[in-house]
Design a protein around this ligand. Sequence first.
Ligand code: ADP
Ligand code: MG
Length: 237
Amino acid sequence: MRDMFPLSVKGAQTSRRGKTLVGPVDLELEGTGTCVVVGPNGAGKTTLLRLLHGAARLNSGTIEWACPTEEAHHEQVFVFQRPVMLRRSVEENLIYPLRMRGMSKSDARAKAQDWAKRVGLQDMLRRPAPVLSGGEQQKLALARALIVQPKLVFLDEPCASLDGRAMREIEEVLQEARASGTRLIMSTHDMGQARRLADSVVFMFKGRVHEHSPAQKFFSSPDTPQASAFLRGDIVE
Ligand SMILES: Nc1ncnc2c1ncn2[C@@H]1O[C@H](COP(=O)(O)OP(=O)(O)O)[C@@H](O)[C@H]1O
Ligand SMILES: [Mg+2]
């Protein structure tokens, strides 16, 4: 299949009941590495990810992938901040997306077991997903997203409210995915995590993209006073 990147966003805007939530946004995204979206609460991080993924209505502007949009959507998955689990076992949660894509039951089962191991859930294959802890559920959500080997994964605050250990495990899985060529676009409010994972940073403020820079540049000399203040930990409004 054709490359889906670069992604070209021009004047993209989404609104709800007449109020602009995000936009207009101009953004060019290349196809490698991890792009981390940061910004204060309510800045529009989640909405921007949903917009890029095609899960929020585009009220004006354009979002163009290098390939037909339908193909691009087939190659991307979205991991929500609070993952929705099937009320079935861990194994069945992992098998499901593979079966949806036409894989045989035995291949899907083998792959599910492999991925459970990768995220440290190999001893919980038979456990109903809803009884897992928050960190375990988030690892399962991540495995369920990565198991179909998407080219692009959106993650909305994948470690919100997780303890240090679960966060480290999830970051390891994300780094492996990145190393194997998966493009990651994730939001976080954790600047430590942003520094550890980001190749590039998008800084959102009041529904607009204020800056899109290589991570090193963003953290050492951000372009805008708002980004500087945000990085210092000041209240930005
Ligand atoms: N479903 C919705 N209906 C109305 N307003 C919303 C909805 N989702 C988000 N918003 C508003 O859109 C803005 C951006 O929100 P969001 O994308 O969730 O920001 P962030 O993820 O950076 O905290 C906020 O002002 C928020 O209140
Ligand atoms: Mg959010």
